[in-house]
Design a protein around this ligand. Structure first.
Ligand code: PXL
Length: 280
């Protein structure tokens, strides 16, 4: 069995980060170890007054213990990190547990719709760019990509040339060999585009665009993408599984408007995820 370690917060209510990654990666038949970076009572989008307990000081101790146990991972997957120091610690963690057979996968979860999440600033985006430099694959949305490149966010009306240019700049400026842009919308299509810098080729997959912004879809997409890649799918097939699954989760959640801030109802789509994995 393949094994991923994912490092991100646990929001006790409102499905995102670890409460999405752990069940989805497990459902894909991949073992999932976790390092929680913080415990929050809820996620920070759509709620006020949430608690936040920082777990930064536990990270080096967990790393040292795991090193002494000689643990090995097929993929290292970071998501929402709570502070610049945690980014530094992840750079170290990548050095400790990375090897040529390890997939280093960074979701620079920190912003959406042109804005940083609560508690993050542009200095944090600059730090995140340093972790992206050490990754094999990064999966920013358009807001995160433009923040890390110090560019203006373009919400709509862009074309394929713009997206391909952005991907080339992510590769050139951040040094990541395979950047993947998420939340790309071309007309009535919504999906993701990857740039394979070694082959100078673009790989993409789209589903019909649903005009809603639901919480936790980025984490759903990333968790399934890293799970599929760790299972050995190539990028074209991994994008297909991740986009199809995220789209299905949105479709089942959209009719329940009150549920929108609580994350997507991925539980209802787990049979689909298992069958998408079984085909490959
Ligand atoms: O889905 C990204 C995410 C993860 N963790 C926390 C968040 C968010 C987005 O708002 O608030 C705590």
């Amino acid at each position: 069995m393949k094994r991923i370690v994912t490092v991100q917060d646990i929001s006790c209510f409102g499905k995102c980060s670890l409460t999405v990654a752990l069940p989805l990666i497990s459902a894909m038949g991949v073992e999932c170890a976790v390092i929680p970076t913080a415990v929050l009572s809820t996620h920070t989008g759509g709620f006020t007054g949430y608690t936040f307990r920082d777990l930064t000081d536990d990270i080096p101790a967990i790393e040292n213990h795991w090193k002494s146990c000689n643990l090995k991972f097929d993929a290292l997957y970071t998501g929402y990190l709570g502070s610049a120091r945690q980014i530094d610690l992840m750079c170290h963690f990548f050095d400790t547990f990375g090897s040529e057979n390890t997939l280093r996968f960074v979701d620079p979860a920190m912003a959406d719709n042109g804005k940083m999440y609560a508690g993050f600033d542009d200095a944090f985006a600059a730090e995140m760019a340093k972790l992206c430099r050490k990754a094999d694959i990064i999966v920013p949305n358009l807001t995160e990509a433009t923040k890390m490149l110090h560019e203006e966010y373009v919400p709509t009306g862009y074309d394929e040339d713009y997206i391909q240019g952005l991907l080339r700049r992510l590769h050139r400026e951040l040094g990541c060999p395979m950047p993947v842009l998420t939340g790309v919308i071309y007309g009535d299509k919504h999906g993701a585009v990857a740039y394979d810098s070694k082959k100078d080729a673009f790989i993409s997959y789209f589903a019909p665009h649903l005009p809603y912004s639901l919480h936790g879809t980025g984490d759903t997409f990333s968790s399934v993408l890293v799970g599929a890649l760790t299972r050995g799918l190539d990028m074209a097939n991994a994008l297909r599984v991740a986009v199809e699954f995220t789209h299905a989760c949105m479709e089942v959640t959209i009719p329940d408007l009150e549920h929108h801030p609580y994350g997507v109802k991925f539980e209802e789509c787990i049979p689909l995820l298992v069958s998408l994995c079984g085909e490959n």
